[in-house]
Design a protein around this ligand. Structure first.
Ligand code: TXA
Ligand code: MG
Length: 325
């Protein structure tokens, strides 16, 4: 049985003690729930891969309580400093070269010379990181390939009994994962659109490379983000995206006025607000996936979402969720 811990002072101390003992603790962040372990403890990190069923070549993000703590483990240049000033604590992850003295288990970084680091903004995550006092490796708290969790119930649906505890921090405010930017090469490169808009990133540091087709990326450079390869966020039911009409067997993920004829609808944002849609996005996928069969529906369909602001992250997740294999 997985303990469900309230984020009181006592609860935070208990969660930090569990981390210190090498146990796995899921915790809320502003993006999605993370599945945390002491990043310096190789056995604890290995247990994350085990609990998630995650391939070992896919590296984890390390979470820190402060910019100083994060940059003590990686080589941060002026661009990283500027991004940290603007976006930390917050939904941004930077991939940087590990310092030789970095104590994070190599397994956490899947053996790469780089490490993904982030300082989350969520109050409970900050309190947990402060109480624990070390780096916490944490992927999203779902089984590998599944839909990311934005509620405690999502975490427990996938991992109950497989992890020691979950810190109950309520719903996640941003709702999509952090933006991942690679600063280890000659120019900044967007590995995953997420909670920090590309527009805001570029306003801060200038042009950020992106959108290279995976095949071209693989041909021209070493594989920079192993997770990009995987099918992700997959609901159990097949998903069609950018739909302009629904068929009789489809449940609808709506953005704005729902398409006519849908018998089961999850509304991301009636007012077509992208921040609201991002916050509800994974909840919508979880909900439709579980409810559609009860209504005799066998497929999911998603209305188009504009490719601006958080729409970039939503469309990235929709694209992966709709891909088979
Ligand atoms: O918002 C988030 O980022 C959440 C919360 C819990 O912080 N975490 C999260 O972790 O989404 P995860 O493991 O689901 O996604 C991390 C992504 C993966 O695609 C992984 O391949 C990539 O970051 N990544 C991690 N370390 C990397 C590295 N050293 N180089 C390139 N990509 C890396
Ligand atoms: Mg994930």
């Amino acid at each position: 049985m997985t303990l469900r811990i309230k984020p009181t002072d006592r609860g935070i101390a208990q969660a930090a003690d569990l981390l210190s003992s090498g146990a796995l603790v899921a915790f809320g962040t502003e993006t999605v729930y993370g599945l945390g372990a002491d990043a310096r403890n190789a056995a604890a990190v290995a247990a994350i891969f085990e609990a998630k069923g995650r391939p070992h070549f896919n590296p984890l993000i390390c979470h820190y309580g402060s910019v100083e703590a994060a940059f003590a483990h990686v080589e941060a240049g002026p661009v990283a400093e500027r991004l940290a000033d603007s976006f930390w604590p917050g939904p941004l992850t930077m991939v940087l070269r590990r310092r030789v003295t970095c104590p994070v288990a190599l397994l956490a970084g899947a053996g790469l010379e780089t490490l993904a680091v982030r300082v989350p903004a969520h109050g409970d995550a900050q309190r947990l990181l402060a109480a624990f006092g070390g780096p916490v490796a944490a992927p999203s708290a779902n089984r590998s390939g599944g839909i990311s969790p934005t509620l405690v119930s999502h975490v427990l649906a996938g991992l109950d009994g497989r992890i020691a505890a979950v810190l109950d921090s309520g719903p996640c405010r941003v709702g999509v994962e952090s933006t991942v930017v690679d600063l280890s090469g000659s120019a900044p490169f967007l590995l995953r659109p997420g909670g920090v808009n590309l527009e805001a990133l570029e306003a801060c540091i200038g042009p950020v490379g992106r959108g290279v087709e995976l095949a071209a990326a693989l041909a021209s450079r070493t594989l920079r983000s192993p997770g990009m390869l995987l099918s992700h966020y997959a609901p159990a039911l097949p998903l069609r995206i950018n739909v302009v009409s629904v068929t009789a067997d489809e449940a609808l993920l709506a953005f704005g006025r729902p398409l006519p004829g849908a018998r089961l609808v999850f509304q991301l944002s009636e007012a077509r607000n992208l921040n609201e849609a991002a916050a509800k996005f994974f909840e919508g996928l979880h909900w439709l996936d579980s409810q559609a069969p009860l209504h005799g529906l066998t497929r999911l369909a998603a209305m188009p979402v504009p490719e601006t602001g958080l729409g970039l992250a939503i469309n990235d997740r929709l694209g992966r969720a709709s891909r088979v294999g």
